[in-house]
Design a protein around this ligand. Structure first.
Ligand code: SF4
Length: 241
């Protein structure tokens, strides 16, 4: 097992999940610095590169900070094991670091929520057995300039290989999204397991999609897979972290 001793982190904070099927879930966020791709709609563009503002933490130091935040917010975690969410940037860049961190966090009673762009399959393999929820994105050529279907397919296959992990797929829908991208999303899910939920997230910035297109996209996806949702990203509406 390769272990990285430190990883760059921008923020560690308490908040509520702002998107997808677990909207409203209290969580402690760990935002890693750096990303392997570039999306036009990125809402945390500062986190896609590793600047001087990033702090390099060891697993033990990070756990200490997480625990301190947890103690301060304990009453807000009303049920079950509290969730730690790894986000970014792209947290899986630091899979070797996460391998040990996830194990330690699980051991002391936390659950793991992984938020990822769904492109680094080999890295996911290192931690999938310690994840509780994997929330992956499908990234479209229309906004991210590159096709990731091959990567997304193998990533999703790996994510569902551990039956104990809850997996959901999200995609941001903008005025540039086309019906082929939506059909391909639903087809990709269907090819792996048709029960995996697909969440269509309309952009609310200047690239807001036409409402007619949202209906078309939703209807198209529903003809292919049963669990399709149209949901806004709450943190963007309320401008919170
Ligand atoms: S994958 Fe996520 S963090 Fe990276 S550029 Fe895209 S939206 Fe931003």
């Amino acid at each position: 097992m390769t272990i990285s001793n430190t990883a760059p982190v921008y923020e560690i904070f308490f908040s509520f999940q702002g998107e997808g099927l677990y909207t409203g879930l209290p969580q402690i966020y760990v935002r890693f610095a750096g990303c392997n791709i570039k999306c036009r709609y990125c809402d945390t563009s500062y986190s896609t590169t590793i600047s001087k503002k990033a702090n390099y933490y060891s697993q033990d130091k990070l756990i200490k900070i997480i625990y301190k935040i947890y103690k301060k917010n304990k009453k807000k975690f009303t049920f079950g094991r509290p969730f730690i969410i790894f986000t970014g940037g792209e947290p899986l860049i630091y899979a070797d670091f996460l391998e040990l961190l996830t194990q330690k966090l699980k051991k002391i009673g936390f659950n793991i929520y992984l938020e990822t762009n769904g492109t680094l399959t080999q890295n996911l393999k290192k931690i999938i057995n310690f994840c509780d929820i994997v929330s992956m994105d499908f990234k479209f050529v229309s906004e991210c300039k590159k096709s990731f279907w091959k990567e997304h397919r193998s990533f999703l296959e790996t994510a569902v290989s551990n039956a104990a992990v809850k997996v959901l797929v999200k995609c941001v829908v903008t005025k540039n999204t086309n019906i082929y991208e939506i059909k391909k999303s639903a087809d990709t899910i269907r090819g792996i397991s048709k029960e995996i939920p697909l969440i269509l997230q309309p952009s609310i910035d200047k690239n807001i999609p036409e409402i007619q297109n949202l209906y078309r996209f939703y209807t198209k996806a529903k003809t292919i897979i049963p669990n399709v949702y149209l949901m806004v990203q709450m943190h963007k509406v309320y401008k919170i972290r």
